[in-house]
Design a protein around this ligand. Structure first.
Ligand code: AMP
Ligand code: TRP
Length: 334
């Protein structure tokens, strides 16, 4: 049997090239070798305040971008998290097997909570909802960027704990699929290369979104911060800004970091950035064109309706089985 893959993307902002290189590009690769489920996790987005109209629109846009980036709805299942209520139901059951201490150790929670005046309990329990997403589908592999590694380990711990408690496999224990940093696992902010490029960044100058027009991309790359010196070589520690730009260059061109270093020996940052901007523009051009085509009313809605139909029975089966194991009274439907 083909292995099963699950991943999710939040509709909490415009998708960036970080999302693309860290996650979406790998989704496209995996669809030919695995049974894939790609979910727009709109319930996750609710962990911080969202404008309802924007959330609605972004949910459709993320699904459109999945397809525009090359995910084929005939090969992979694309759906919206809230369309399959089993995710919320499973999340509660798993919350009752997760320890507060485990959630307190989550570094993303600590970072996000430190930046907010009020913190919802949803932000705290968010990794449990993510575990529910993954475990409901008996997932073998989860393609994500590096920032999700700790959440994935929690999902594994929860699965192992439940399986041990019942002395049988209720959940498959999922494996992470995380590209190394130099291969897109962690694209950094163009204005602050020590910070991850995040779609919810405050300063849009530091992020390139998949729908940025060519001139905006050129401007953002031109004003990207650089390191001291003028040589171009990969050194994450001493040259974090140039290293990040080199990784983006490498991902857009298919050239290795060494090839890029040799090609730009003796050439300054200015020319390098100019070439990089054109590469990014060309990489995004076909995605943007397909996105436009998918914006016709009804097209993506149909994909999502089909996706829900395929996802729900699988999720229901796992949920029902776990409910029975826990002793929840089934409905007597005579
Ligand atoms: P999110 O934007 O948090 O919904 O993330 C969606 C997917 O993109 C997850 O697999 C993340 O790990 C991945 N991702 C987000 N930001 C980056 C980044 N800057 N570099 C690489 N991967 C990323
Ligand atoms: N937490 C992930 C993020 O912010 C999104 C996500 C939710 C996810 N559920 C998932 C990723 C399940 C992989 C599998 O990027």
């Amino acid at each position: 049997m083909a292995k099963r893959v699950f991943s999710g993307v939040q509709p909490s902002g415009s998708l960036t090239i970080g999302n693309y290189f860290g996650a979406l590009r790998n989704f496209v690769r995996l669809q030919d070798e695995a049974e894939c489920f790609f979910c727009v996790v709109n319930l996750h987005a609710l962990t911080v305040p969202q404008d309802p109209q924007e959330l609605y629109q972004r949910t459709l846009d993320v699904a459109r971008l999945f397809v525009a980036c090359g995910i084929d709805p005939n090969k992979a299942t694309i759906f919206v998290q809230s369309h399959v209520p089993a995710h919320s139901e499973m999340s509660w059951l798993l919350e009752c097997t997760t320890y507060v201490g485990e959630l307190r150790r989550m570094t993303q929670y600590k970072d996000k909570a430190a930046k907010r005046e009020v913190v919802t309990s949803g932000l705290f329990t968010y990794p449990v909802l993510m575990a529910a997403d993954i475990l409901l589908y008996q997932t073998d592999e989860v393609p994500v960027g590096e920032d999700q590694k700790q959440h994935l380990e929690l999902a594994r711990d929860i699965a192992i704990r439940v399986n041990n408690r019942f002395d049988e496999q209720i959940f498959k224990v999922p494996e992470p699929y995380i590209p190394p940093k130099a291969a897109g696992g962690r694209i950094m902010n163009l204005q602050n290369p020590l910070e991850k490029m995040s779609k919810s960044a405050e300063n849009p100058k530091g992020i390139i979104t998949l729908l940025d027009p060519p001139d905006v991309i050129r401007q953002k790359i031109r004003s990207a911060v650089t390191d001291s010196g003028r040589e171009i070589y990969y050194d994450e520690e001493n040259k974090p800004a140039i290293s990040n730009l080199m990784v983006i260059y490498s991902l857009c061109s298919g050239k290795s970091l060494d090839e890029i270093r040799d090609e730009y020996a003796g050439v300054g940052y200015g020319q390098f950035k100019k070439d990089l901007a054109e590469l990014v523009v060309e990489t995004l051009r076909p995605i943007q064109a397909r996105f436009e085509e998918l914006s016709r009313p009804g097209v993506i809605e149909e994909v999502l309706a089909q996706g829900k139909k395929k996802a729900e029975p699988i999720a229901q089966e796992t949920l029902k089985r776990f409910q029975r194991k826990l002793g929840l009274l089934p409905l007597c439907d005579s």
